[in-house]
Design a protein around this ligand. Structure first.
Ligand SMILES: Cc1cc2nc3c(=O)[nH]c(=O)nc-3n(C[C@H](O)[C@H](O)[C@H](O)COP(=O)(O)OP(=O)(O)OC[C@H]3O[C@@H](n4cnc5c(N)ncnc54)[C@H](O)[C@@H]3O)c2cc1C
Length: 475
């Protein structure tokens, strides 16, 4: 076995690992980037990008199917599943190709292929070919989809997100197991492309909302389009010639249906188990996770840093990117570890209607919080584009009137959630936000309605400037 001695060893060449490596390089430290799988990152290869490509195809089909609402009759049209999947892969390969090229431009002596595991706090073994002795280690090993029972017993019939994008064409039917963001995004897209899709979840949960009002409205809205079976009992699955037969209890009866494929999207788990963290001396919790500070990305006081999905903190691309920078720069300057201010939380789901969570979830906000809301059922611009459904709830701190967070369901939320996140991060008060310009007629005017509602709930002394502004039709 060869021995390699470096300042910083980085496990995982995903988004977090690549950014950690950039910091190590910037600080003039020697480093090695260890990767056990293909280059290209989860985001570009099997995550954010291909899922949005599939959703883009679904949006095109959905536009055709509902064009008649506007008096537009597209005539005969069809979805060419093979062509859909070919475009998804071609564009995906283009995106991932840029990342692969950038990774391969890192000098060969600073890259290792193989699975890393800890031998002690700062010594790693990569497969059985290299021993790495480092001053510090960054764990950026990402996460993997979890396949729950009973589906874990049918590995040849159950797919995860990675597999979907390799389908040569669209299957006839898919059972989506899980009703979180990834399941909803992929399942709704497949349904709009003509696949018969049903969603199953033994837990009575849908999407990421924690506010009961948003949970209620999102169920109502999604149930109009999606075949949802949440909170169902005793789910069984067996292999049959046509695919997988699923049986479940719902409404006091036993049901049974056969699907060509099952898509497991029941959550993702940090890739920590194979790292043999028990050899590091870190005290692990019951789930095998080390102590971790999100402001430094350090694990306890050890020369070990954890970033991206592996931390289990906020499994999102921009967070993986930030944590990679924080972990990399602190690993490079260890023991002089510095604290980094984290951005306001922002999660978006590209469903229709879209979902946005800004700041801390409502559940974690405490008591001294006021709520303002707007329904998108009759919002002017939303009606114009016939996407008039959803609810946005904004939360502010009583007394200071500072915007804290939002849970959002509606059209255009991918843009409006960004606006709210910027306002929250800049600690704008409700009055500050209302004094901003709002164009007409736009979906953001709904946000203004919610802000006015919030100002009322906060009993803002003397009212807000925005309160005196003339209302526009449809606002
Ligand atoms: C279907 C889907 C859609 C998504 N959509 C979005 C979205 O729209 N917006 C968004 O913000 N986020 C989205 N995400 C989440 C986002 O993709 C992830 O948060 C992000 O890619 C995580 O980056 P990472 O660097 O932590 O992990 P990764 O990019 O997964 O990198 C980890 C790397 O570590 C390697 N590795 C693991 N163990 C070892 C080991 N022992 N030794 C060596 N190497 C190892 C792995 O092979 C992998 O290459 C989506 C995810 C999925 C699955």
């Amino acid at each position: 076995m060869e021995t390699k001695t470096v300042d910083v060893a980085i496990i995982g060449a995903g988004t977090a690992g690549l950014n950690a490596r950039r910091e190590a390089e910037k600080a003039g430290k020697s480093f090695v980037l260890i990767e056990s799988g293909p280059y290209g990152t989860t985001c570009a290869r099997v995550g954010c990008m291909p899922s949005k490509l599939l959703i883009a195809a679904a949006e095109a089909a959905h536009g055709m199917s509902r064009a008649e609402i506007f008096g537009v009759h597209p005539g005969e049209w069809r979805v060419d599943g093979r062509a859909v999947m070919e475009r998804v892969r071609a564009e995906r390969d283009r995106f991932a190709g840029f990342v692969v090229d950038a990774t391969e431009r890192i000098p060969a002596e600073a890259r290792l292929r193989g699975r890393a595991r800890f031998v002690d706090t700062t010594t790693l073994e990569v497969d059985d070919h290299t021993r790495v002795k480092a001053k510090t280690v960054v764990i950026a090993s990402g996460s993997s989809p979890w396949i729950p029972p009973p589906f874990d017993a049918l590995p040849d019939r159950v797919d995860v997100n990675d597999d979907v994008f390799e389908w040569p064409e669209l299957p006839k039917s898919v059972a989506v197991v899980g009703t979180g963001i990834i399941g909803l995004e992929l399942g709704q897209a497949l349904g709009r492309l003509g696949v018969e899709v049903a969603f199953f979840n033994p837990f009575d949960e849908l999407g990421p909302f924690t506010d009961p009002e948003l949970q209620r409205v999102s169920r109502e809205v999604f149930a109009k389009e999606l075949d949802l079976h949440v909170g169902v009992g005793d789910i069984a699955a067996e292999r049959v010639d046509a695919g997988v037969r699923i049986a479940w209890n719902e409404g006091g009866e036993r049901h049974e249906r056969t699907f060509e494929r099952v898509l497991a999207s029941a959550g993702r788990r940090p890739n920590l188990a194979a790292l043999e963290l028990e050899n590091t001396g870190l005290e692990l919790d019951a789930r095998g996770r080390p102590p971790w500070n999100p402001l430094t990305c350090q694990c306890g006081d050890a020369p070990i840093f954890l970033a991206g999905d592996a931390s289990g903190h906020r499994p999102l691309l921009h967070e993986a990117s930030d944590e990679g920078h924080i972990a990399g720069s602190n690993a490079a300057r260890y023991p002089d570890v510095t604290v980094h201010v984290r951005r306001t939380g922002l999660t978006i789901a590209f469903t229709e209607p879209q979902i946005g969570i800004v700041g801390h979830p409502w559940r974690e906000l405490g008591d001294d919080v006021a709520v303002g809301q707007v329904s998108y059922a009759n919002q002017g611009r939303a009606r114009v584009i016939a996407q008039n459904q959803g609810l946005v709830r904004l939360y502010a701190r009583c007394g200071t009137c500072t915007l804290l967070a939002a849970e959002m369901l509606g059209p255009g939320v991918e843009h409006m959630a960004q606006l709210v996140a910027w306002a929250v991060q800049h600690k704008l008060t409700v009055q500050d936000a209302l004094s901003m310009p709002f164009y007409h007629p736009v979906l953001e005017e709904g946000l203004r309605t919610a802000l006015r509602d919030l100002a009322k709930a906060l009993k803002v002394a003397g009212g807000c400037r925005g309160e005196d502004m003339p209302r526009c039709p449809g606002d």
